[in-house]
Ligand binder design. Structure first.
Ligand SMILES: NC(=O)c1ccc[n+]([C@@H]2O[C@H](COP(=O)([O-])OP(=O)(O)OC[C@H]3O[C@@H](n4cnc5c(N)ncnc54)[C@H](O)[C@@H]3O)[C@@H](O)[C@H]2O)c1
Ligand SMILES: O=C(O)[C@H](O)COP(=O)(O)O
Length: 527
């Protein structure tokens, strides 16, 4: 049984799903040092924002196949290191969208009406109504930075509250904004015009300290700011100063530059117009069930050898697309392996041509499968669907793609051409029925061969006696031939022969075959 470590609190429903296929250890109080120590034991880890999977931690997870983030943000995971190591990183892109949007709206209302402070005052024995006169959101302008999933839901609800919505999101189309009834504007306009500003961006190099002293200076006096996205998008020192000076009328923060927020953070000292929650955006029963199921199912699937539906470091495939592509992925991997072995030395260019019914399919997974096959003789199990593209790039392999829907020899076929230090080799493969793999050409010689573990290929002149001589040589060395096929384009011209053999070829035999008169080249292939 594979082993899964759950290192943050996860809903039980997720643990139950993981337990179907794995031994699950729930250890939610590990120190970073303890995490490093135990990680090598595990095939998968399931986390929330509490666990920091730094470069060192990911590298310690030598047996990890998958990192599952039960939530959206993967900024606590060193994804490039995971990718290099061939570890799939998955998240739950939508499981907590509503929860985070509703927390944002609750923050906006609480800021407007001082609800946390009024509650504390009343419970503290007072009946103070004067200190807590609020403002209405109706007819006010809300500026949304990042109009993605959460930002969009906030916009929809805020519109129904009678707010005017401005949004800044350089990656969003005007059509999408228009559909949401939102005015897409430049950042500066939003900052100048908004009464409320809410952040729904990822934390990146570009968004770090996006809200800083200079930008606060151009905001409306008394602006209220909400951050339920990521700590560090707001400069905490600058915002605290702006609260003290009265420039900013209120802030509501769910996320912080350092989490947990330091006990002595100056933010804790600020008054009734500052609301702090301990990263609770995703903490609803519904969201926690959603993300736990979403991510545990993906971990289970990956451990069973199936694809993940929302991997952040490989393209996710919908189950129906995966079902259709799966035999073609196996075909592409086999062909990549075959053409790589025929090409012998270094391959510098691989062309992947999709023909017939798959010419219009999503090509990327097929290309990745071909690269995985191409690299697998050299990298063995180190190469997989996650890192094949990176490994190929690092080796200087240039990949091109072409499509030809007009090829109709088979319903769908894949043609690979590898160019390398020893010239060019090409192979084609197709499916017989729904999933039986056939090699249908080698170096443009038509054949129809079912690939087997060991194969011997010759390029030779089509003339009497050659096949017999090769057959006798194999017989002398006790190599059993399972089947044999010759492909040629013209009688007595160049030909290719493929022998499926039951045993590995003894050393030295290939040399003898190449020296048979009429044989121009020979290859042993192990698939
Ligand atoms: N507080 C919580 O518990 C909680 C819960 C869920 C999500 N989050 C965080 O909320 C944020 C938004 O999540 P989402 O699911 O809506 O993500 P999303 O990917 O759907 O949306 C992010 C949006 O930000 C935009 N964007 C990216 N860079 C930008 C930039 N430099 N300037 C302006 N816009 C930019 C993108 O185009 C996208 O539309 C993330 O940081 C996520 O981690 C927090
Ligand atoms: O990115 C997210 O999904 C949120 O920040 C939620 O984080 P959590 O899973 O630690 O609550």
């Amino acid at each position: 049984m594979p082993k899964v470590l759950v290192s943050d609190p996860i809903d039980q429903v997720g643990i139950d799903i993981l337990s179907q296929v794995a031994t699950v250890d729930v250890k939610t109080t590990l120190s970073p040092e303890e995490l490093l120590q135990v990680l090598p034991e595990y095939d998968a880890i399931m986390i929330r924002s509490g666990t920091k999977l730094t470069k060192e931690a990911v590298e310690a997870g030598k047996n990890l196949k998958i990192i599952g983030r039960a939530g959206v943000g993967v900024d606590n995971v060193d994804v490039p290191t995971a990718t290099r190591m061939g570890i799939v990183v998955v998240n739950s892109p939508e499981g907590n969208t509503i929860a985070a949007a509703e927390h944002t709206l609750a923050m906006m209302m609480s800021l407007s009406r001082f609800i946390p402070a009024a509650n504390a005052s009343l419970k503290g024995g007072k009946w103070d109504r004067k200190s807590f006169t609020g403002v209405e959101v109706y007819k006010k302008t809300l500026g949304i930075l990042g109009l993605g999933k959460i930002g969009s839901h906030v916009a929809t609800v805020a519109k129904s509250l009678g707010m005017r919505i401005l949004a800044y999101d350089p990656f969003l189309t005007a059509e999408r904004a228009e559909k949401l009834g939102v005015h897409l504007v430049e950042l500066e306009i939003l900052l100048r015009e908004a009464d409320y500003i809410t952040l729904h961006l990822p934390k990146t190099k570009e968004t770090a300290h996006l809200i800083n002293a200079d930008r606060i200076a151009i905001m409306k006096d008394g602006v209220r700011i909400i951050n339920c996205a990521r700590g560090g998008i707001i400069d905490e020192v600058a915002i605290a100063e702006a609260i003290k000076s009265g420039k900013v009328g209120g802030i509501a923060l769910d996320v912080f530059e350092n989490e947990p927020l330091e006990a002595d953070s100056g933010l804790r000292e600020l008054g009734a117009n500052v609301i702090l929650t301990p990263h609770l955006g995703a903490s609803t029963e519904e969201a926690q069930t959603n993300v736990a199921v979403d991510v545990a199912e993906q971990i289970r699937d990956v451990l069973l050898g199936l694809p993940a539906r929302s991997a952040v470091n490989i393209p996710g495939l919908r189950p129906d697309v995966w079902q259709k592509l799966k035999p073609y992925l196996q075909l592409a991997e086999m062909l990549g392996n075959l053409v790589g072995q025929l090409a012998g030395g270094r391959v510098d260019t691989l062309n992947v041509k999709l023909q017939g019914e798959i010419a219009n399919s999503e090509s990327q997974p097929i290309v990745v499968a071909a690269l995985k096959g191409l690299l697998s003789p050299a990298l063995r199990e180190r190469v997989n669907f996650v890192n094949a593209s990176i490994e190929a790039k690092e080796r200087g392999i240039h990949v091109t793609e072409t499509r030809d829907p007009s090829v109709e020899d088979y319903s769908g076929s894949i043609h690979l051409t590898a160019h390398g230090s020893q010239g060019e080799q090409s192979v084609t493969g197709a499916l017989l029925g729904k999933s039986e793999i056939r090699i249908t050409s080698i170096n443009e010689f038509p054949i129809n061969v079912a690939p087997t573990h060991y194969m011997l290929l010759t390029l030779h002149r089509d003339m009497p006696g050659i096949i017999g001589r090769i057959g006798s040589l194999l017989g002398n060395f006790n190599v059993n031939i399972a089947s044999m096929q010759v492909g040629r384009r013209m009688v007595r011209g160049e030909a290719v022969m493929v022998l499926n053999i039951d045993d590995p070829l003894p050393s030295g035999l290939l040399d003898e075959i190449v020296h048979i008169q009429g044989v121009t080249d020979a290859f042993v292939v192990k698939l």
